[in-house]
Design a protein around this ligand. Structure first.
Ligand code: ATP
Length: 234
């Protein structure tokens, strides 16, 4: 579904992604794990059209992925950015509707809102609440639901478990499995390596901007280097 090849991204002198090549097959969960500063967010923002690569190709469903952020959404790819970036002074419902800003189909939007309430039951009780007043876990759920309102076929999740209490982290991963079960392909960037690898069909390890390892989630969990560097197993 997504084929990234030889991707290089720079911030001035800083070479943040180096020859990154990875594929995301349709219907799968693919994880990118790596430490702080490894380049995970840079990869996600580049895919979303928010950063421009110095070189490399990004092919989505057989054609180049647009380099304009709003066109990327139109092509069916949606980023849920790190640290949620909700509109704090809008209500939960208004935030969800912002996710559907490119859509005209009122009935479809209403039907998708109902779906979001099923996926995230707590949301219905919070609809009129300002997003900024929610807990971190609830805000993350709203951010994901807002992303889903654009009906993506590929969802890019940047560190969805960041800053969440352990119970919420477990909830979050259950929700991600549920989204995949409904047919959405997921590329997930995570520092929470164990949970991400456990869930992922395929995974890539990013270190200082390079893919240093890849394989099935299970293979990487058993890899001694991954165990030592990312799972705290010595
Ligand atoms: P984190 O989990 O902390 O966000 P990350 O794996 O997502 O880490 P990136 O945020 O993509 O990593 O950062 C990759 C590299 O690019 C780091 O060396 C970082 O310092 C650098 N970098 C990120 N954003 C910028 C920026 N706006 N300007 C300059 N350098 C940046």
């Amino acid at each position: 579904m997504l084929e990234v090849s030889g991707l290089n991204v720079k911030y001035g002198q800083i070479h943040a992604l180096r020859d990154v090549t990875l594929t995301v097959p349709a219907g799968r969960i693919v994880a990118v794990i790596g430490a702080n500063g490894a380049g995970k967010s840079t990869l996600m923002m580049t895919l979303a059209g928010l950063l421009q690569p110095a070189s490399g190709t990004i092919v989505y469903e057989g054609r180049p992925l647009s380099r304009k952020a709003y066109e990327v959404v139109g092509q069916g790819v949606c980023l849920v950015p790190e640290r949620r970036r909700l509109y704090a002074n809008l209500t939960v419902k208004e935030n969800l509707l912002m996710g559907a800003f490119l859509r005209q189909d009122k009935a479809g939007i209403q039907a998708d809102l109902e779906k979001m309430y099923q996926l995230f039951p707590i949301m219905q009780e919070r609809l009129k609440q300002y997003a900024g007043t929610l807990s971190g876990g609830e805000q993350q759920m709203v951010a994901i639901a807002r992303g889903l309102m654009s009906r993506p076929r590929l969802l890019l999740l940047d560190e969805p478990s960041l800053g969440l209490a352990p119970l919420m982290v477990a909830n979050m991963f259950a929700v991600i499995r549920g989204i995949r079960a409904q047919g959405t392909t997921i590329l997930l960037a995570e520092q929470n390596a164990f949970e991400a690898l456990e869930m992922a069909d395929e995974a890539f390890v990013l270190e200082t901007g390079r893919v240093i390892l890849s394989g099935s989630g299970k293979t990487l969990i058993d890899d001694p280097l991954v165990q030592k560097a990312y799972l705290g197993i010595t």
